[in-house]
Structure formats: structure tokens, C-alpha cells
Design a protein around this ligand. Structure first.
Ligand code: PGA
Length: 249
């Protein structure tokens, strides 16, 4: 049985007071035992969030990380800094990092390798833009993104990887992929892993869907065979909406 995961990506939202208020509401909810719940605050709120969630079954992830150990990288954060504040999971490859900050598949390969070597778990994001889908190149693009950043990894390290398929045209737009479109891509991704590694691994890797998941559509999306949960942006900023999604399996 694969892990079911719902992760909230808070992006550049929630200052200290807002973080406290949101967590206070989140922890009033009882979580379903079989779902792993995570939140990913901004770097400045990581310590605060780790502390506030210490006694809770909600994990804390970072939204990004630099591939270098240390040194002249103004404004960047290293793996050991994340671990130092009690964070053991990092989101890498988010489409906003790719499109707004120029992160390439090659750079992401370095980041993923570093995170794995530092024993961090990785939520690896990828997905096509609208024009790729219109030109029917979305499968090729996803294959390329996964091959360049992940398919060099030894099989044993995949225990540290969660995949998040996020079609760029569905992120923050209110437009979601249909459950069938999500399922089709997730099944394709699983097949790629089987081709590269084996069926056993392909069946074990959790593949999340992201892109305008809301309480109103989560159930339908999560009911798809190869969808193991979601990476939630906008709706994760509201405790009740986020918890409705957590309970949508
Ligand atoms: P959204 O964001 O839920 O607001 O579309 C998802 C994401 O960026 O991970």
C-alpha cells in the first residue's frame, strides 16, 4: 500500500502571527491515521513551525534548498541549515522556481542529489505548460524532466522521493486537470519508473497531484488509482479547506 500524502505549500505567505494563527486552527482537527500531512512554510517560519508542531503528526518541509554545502551564495539556504532547524523534507523543482528563478533540470539534478546525500526526503515537482499539452508534447516533457533530475539515482534512494505532478496551467489558476487527465499522466509516470527501474519500485513511489486542488474537487482527484495525494497551494492557507482536502481520500 502506497503512502497517502497531503502537503500544503504556503509559498511566500504567512508571517509569524499568521503562521501561529493557521497552526492553531490546523491542530484542532483530528487527522486520518493513514494520511501523512505536511506543511511547507517560508524559510523564516521553519523553526517556528517545527516548534509549534512538535507534538503533532504534521511534518514540516522547506520550499527550496541550495545544492552547495556552504559559501558565497547570498540569500540561499543549505541542506544542513534545514536539518539544523529540524526539517527533513524539501520541495524541489516547483514550477515557480523553474519559471521565475530559472531553475533548470540540470540544477535540479544537483539539488536532488545533494538532498538525498544529506538524507533529506524530497518532494520533486514537475509538469508541463499549456503549450506543451496543446502541442501534445506533455508526455515527452514530463519524461525529460524526470529523466534528467531523477533517473540517475540508485534505486535504493527512491525511498526518499515523492513525486508531485503539477501541470503549470493548473497552478493557482483555478483550473484543474480533470481526474482522468491526472490519472493518465500518473500512470504514464509509473510506467516510466517501471521501465527505468522495476515494477516493484514503480508501485511504491507516491505520486501527488498539484494544481488548484480544493475541497470541492479533491475527492474525485484522489479517487484515481495512481493519485496518492496532493500538493496544495492556495487552499492550504485556510485550515478548514486544507483539512477538508486531507480528509478527501
Ligand atoms: P495551487 O498551487 O493549489 O494554488 O494551484 C499548487 C502548487 O503550486 O503547489
Amino acid at each position: 500500500m502506497r503512502k497517502q500524502i497531503v502537503a500544503g505549500n504556503w509559498k511566500m505567505n504567512n508571517n509569524t502571527l499568521e503562521t501561529e494563527a493557521l497552526i492553531e486552527r490546523l491542530i484542532q482537527h483530528t487527522l486520518p491515521e493513514e494520511v501523512q500531512v505536511m506543511v511547507a512554510p517560508a524559510f523564516t517560519q521553519l523553526s517556528q513551525t517545527v516548534n509549534l508542531l512538535k507534538q503533532q503528526p504534521i511534518m514540516v518541509a522547506a520550499q527550496n534548498m541550495n545544492a552547495a554545502d556552504s559559501g558565497a551564495h547570498t540569500g540561499e539556504i543549505s541542506a544542513s541549515m534545514l536539518k539544523g532547524v529540524g526539517v527533513h523534507t524539501v520541495i524541489l523543482g516547483h514550477s515557480e522556481r523553474r519559471s521565475l528563478y530559472g531553475e533548470t533540470d540540470r540544477l535540479l539534478q544537483a539539488k536532488v542529489s545533494k538532498a538525498i546525500a544529506e538524507e533529506l526526503d524530497v518532494i520533486f515537482c514537475f509538469g508541463e505548460e499549456l503549450h506543451h499539452r496543446k502541442e501534445n508534447k506533455h508526455f515527452d516533457l514530463v519524461k525529460e524532466q524526470l529523466s534528467s533530475a531523477l533517473f540517475n539515482l540508485p534505486k535504493a534512494t527512491w525511498i526518499q522521493i515523492v513525486l508531485a505532478y503539477e501541470p503549470v496551467w493548473a497552478i493557482g489558476t483555478g483550473e484543474t486537470a480533470s481526474p482522468e487527465q491526472a490519472q493518465e499522466m500518473h500512470a504514464f509516470i509509473r510506467q516510466l519508473i517501471e521501465d527505468q527501474y522495476d515494477a516493484n519500485l514503480a508501485n511504491q513511489v507516491a505520486i501527488l497531484y498539484g494544481g488548484s486542488v480544493k475541497p470541492s474537487n479533491a475527492k474525485e482527484i484522489f479517487s484515481m488509482q495512481d493519485v496518492d495525494g496532493g500538493l496544495i497551494g492556495g487552499a492550504s492557507l485556510n485550515a478548514e479547506d486544507f483539512m477538508a482536502i486531507v480528509n478527501a481520500f
